[in-house]
Design a protein around this ligand. Structure first.
Ligand SMILES: *Cc1c(COP(=O)(O)O)cnc(C)c1O
Length: 372
């Protein structure tokens, strides 16, 4: 099965091998050394700066999202959540669960977050934290992270950014952007197995932590394990081995090169899909290159297309939230974003639709794009 879903993603043979290493204890010197390597690689990935806490929680990306609301603010604090899709809505739900006074600004799902509206919301009321998703997976829309970061700072609020669909596939710097807390999930752009949620917490926020509304994700306890090398809870060490290798692979290739790989594949794939009658969901100026969301041709249902592809060994996703039942979502994250995977996708799509030559059209476009 070729996983072309927006997570989980296919894993590289080197990562698969790391996962099969013999079991060790969570405080075994080999694991401690692996954890040190992970921290140093995450420092590069997030560019979190000196004194920042970089580590990985044992859980999926949503756990790191929760950890932000549990650690950065206290019950009753006002937080501003910017939502233009399912994952923005998830942030709003969590803010409520943690007893925060959540102001939510909703934006249309097929448009990016609008800085003018955010400025207005921030000028009406003081917020302790602004939270936003960088790349909205439900719609394939990318949000203007640096503008929103600047607005948050200008208004004295902390800025929490979900970089689940962007970190490790797009160049990123917490310091340059002005992000206080960023997180991802191991199974997305890093192409590691699911189960770990890497994050970066800026030095300035770290210094002001007063106490978390969660024991498990309390950053001061997490730090006990990752930095002081003591016991907090039993770490999934085999996942640590796999994450270390996946981080190495990503940084060996380089984030610029990975971004280019996703961009070129995105453009060639979308062009051929458009010629076949599909249309892009996200507007031209705000396309997230790691998640391609398309509406099927008028006479076809997305569910039928997905079934046809699945029978031929290609897994893609349907819509969720605002796009449920309306679109196909293709992941171009990590190891998914390879020429051979998308050639196979177009071969299978051609058979499903009864059209020939889609894979050749794709190959030609991609070759032309990568040659120029
Ligand atoms: C996948 C995803 C998450 C986390 O989801 P998990 O299933 O908990 O890993 C969070 N935000 C975005 C934008 C995502 O795509």
């Amino acid at each position: 099965m070729i996983l072309l879903t927006p997570g989980p993603t296919p894993i590289h043979p080197r990562v698969q091998e790391a996962l099969a290493r013999p079991m060790r204890g969570h405080l075994d010197p080999e694991v401690i050394s692996c954890n040190r390597n992970i921290r140093s690689l995450l420092q590069t990935l997030f560019d979190a700066g000196e004194g920042a806490l970089v580590a990985a929680l044992a859980g999926s990306g949503s756990l790191a999202m929760e950890a932000g609301f549990a650690n950065l603010v206290s019950r009753g604090d006002a937080v501003l959540v910017l939502a233009n899709g399912s994952f923005g809505e998830r942030m709003a739900e969590m803010a409520r669960v943690y007893g925060l006074e959540a102001g939510i600004v909703h934006f249309p799902p097929n448009a990016p977050v609008d800085p003018a509206q955010v400025r207005e919301a921030l000028s009406r009321k003081a917020y302790r934290l602004v939270a936003m998703v960088h790349g909205e997976t439900s719609t394939g829309v990318i949000n203007p992270a640096s503008e929103i970061a600047a607005l948050a700072r200008e208004h004295g609020a902390l800025f929490m950014l979900d970089v689940v669909t962007t970190a490790a596939m797009l160049p990123f710097s917490m310091q340059k952007l002005g992000v206080d807390y960023a997180f991802t999930g191991s199974q997305k752009c890093l192409s590691a197995p699911p189960g770990l949620a890497p994050f970066g917490l800026s030095a300035r926020v770290r210094a002001s932590l007063t106490g978390a509304q969660s024991w498990y994700t309390d950053f001061r306890r997490v730090e006990q394990y990752w930095e002081k090398e003591g016991y907090h809870c039993t770490a999934p060490v085999l996942l640590h081995f796999a994450l270390e290798e996946a981080l190495r692979l990503a940084l060996e290739e380089g984030l610029e090169a990975r971004h280019q790989r996703a961009q070129e594949l995105y453009a060639a794939t979308l062009a051929v899909l458009e010629e076949t009658g599909f249309s892009a969901y996200a507007p031209k100026e705000a396309r997230l290159h790691t998640v391609l969301v398309v509406r099927p041709p008028a006479n076809l249902s997305e569910a039928e297309i997905r079934r046809g592809l699945y029978c031929q060994g290609i897994a893609v996703a349907g819509g969720i939230g605002p796009t449920a039942g309306q679109v196909l979502r293709l992941g171009l994250m990590g190891e998914a974003a390879r020429r051979e995977n998308f050639s196979a996708f177009f071969r299978a799509l051609g058979k499903t639709l009864g059209v020939t030559g889609l894979d050749l059209a794709f190959e030609e476009r991609l070759t032309a794009a990568t040659a120029s």
